[in-house]
Ligand binder design. Structure first.
Ligand SMILES: [Fe+2]
Length: 271
C-alpha cells in the first residue's frame, strides 16, 4: 500500500485492492492512515453496493442514515441529474444532530460528469489549531445546540411523507448538546465541531453573539489553506473521518448526472 500525502489533510492511496483486504493488518493500516490524513482517496476500485457496505463493516458497525431517502438503508445512493439538481453546496459535517454522529464515510463515484462535481474536504483540526490560545481557551468552555430538524425541516416540506417524517424526527431526534471543541477518540487531538447544517446556536451566548461566533468559525474552517479537493472518476472511493473534517460537494455540473454510493460507520458520543 502506497500513501501519498496531499494537503494539510488528505492522501492518495495506491497499490491496494479494497475488494480483497488481506485480513486485520490491512484494515488497521488503513484505519491508521485515516487517523493521520483524515481523508483518503483510492482510485479504480469499482465496488458494487454490497462490497462497499462490507468494506465499511470492517471498520465498525454500520451507520444507517435516518432521513436522506424516504427509506431506511445502509447503502445510500446519491444521485443528482437534470430533474434533481445538486443542492448540497455548503460545507458541513453529516448528521451531527444525533447523539452519536457517524464516524466514517466510504463514498464511491459511480457516474461522474465529464467536468465538475468535485468534492472538497476541510480540516477542522487545523482550523482549531490556527486560533490563538485565548480563543481556544474560550471555545473549550462552550457547548452548541445541534438539531437534525434545523436542516431537514425545509426538505421535509417538499416530500410526500415529509409531515410524517417531521413528527417522527421531533419525537425521535430532539436537539442535542455537543462540545464546540471535540477530542478525537483515537488521536486525542482537538477540532472544531460546528457546521452550517446542524449547529443551531452556541449555548449560553446571546443570539447575535452566537451567530457572529459561528460565522467566524465557519470562515476559519472554509479557508482554502485547510482544504483538499478531489476530482472524481468512476470507481474512485473517498474515505473520511466525519468527526474532524467538513465537506462540500461542488454543484457546478447541472444538468449532467452524478451518482455516488455511500456506506457509513457508526460513531460515538461526542466528547
Ligand atoms: Fe454530507
Amino acid at each position: 500500500m502506497n500513501i501519498k500525502p496531499l494537503n494539510v489533510l488528505g492522501a492518495e492511496v495506491s497499490n491496494v485492492d479494497l475488494k480483497a483486504l488481506s485480513g486485520r493488518n490491512s484494515v488497521q493500516e488503513i484505519q491508521d492512515a485515516i487517523d493521520k490524513y483524515k481523508v483518503l482517496f483510492f482510485r479504480d476500485q469499482n465496488l458494487d453496493g454490497d462490497e462497499l457496505t462490507n468494506l465499511a463493516k470492517e471498520f465498525g458497525p454500520p451507520f444507517v442514515q435516518p432521513a436522506l431517502s424516504e427509506k431506511y438503508q445502509d447503502l445510500l445512493v446519491i444521485e443528482t441529474n437534470s430533474e434533481k439538481p445538486p443542492y448540497l453546496n455548503t460545507f458541513h459535517q453529516d448528521m451531527t444532530g444525533l447523539e452519536e454522529p457517524p464516524a466514517l464515510f466510504f463514498l464511491e463515484g459511480v457516474i461522474i460528469p465529464d467536468s465538475g462535481g468535485d468534492t472538497i474536504w476541510s480540516c477542522n483540526e487545523t482550523a482549531y489549531e490556527s486560533l490563538s490560545t485565548s480563543m481556544k481557551e474560550f471555545l473549550n468552555t462552550l457547548n452548541c445546540k445541534h438539531s437534525l430538524l434545523y436542516y431537514y425541516e425545509p426538505i421535509f416540506s417538499k416530500w410526500e411523507h415529509g409531515q410524517e417524517k417531521k413528527l417522527e424526527f421531533q419525537k425521535d431526534f430532539p436537539p442535542i448538546s455537543h462540545p464546540l471543541v471535540r477530542t478525537h477518540p483515537h488521536t486525542g487531538k482537538k477540532c472544531l465541531f460546528v457546521n452550517k447544517f446542524f449547529t443551531e446556536s452556541v449555548e449560553g451566548l446571546k443570539e447575535d453573539e452566537s451567530k457572529a461566533l459561528l460565522s467566524f468559525l465557519y470562515g476559519v474552517i472554509e479557508k482554502p489553506e485547510f482544504c483538499v479537493r478531489l476530482k472524481w472518476e468512476s470507481g474512485t472511493i473517498a474515505v473520511w473521518d466525519n468527526r474532524c473534517t467538513s465537506h462540500y460537494a461542488v454543484a457546478d455540473y447541472y444538468p449532467e448526472t452524478r451518482r455516488l454510493q455511500r456506506a457509513a460507520v457508526a460513531g460515538e458520543k461526542v466528547s
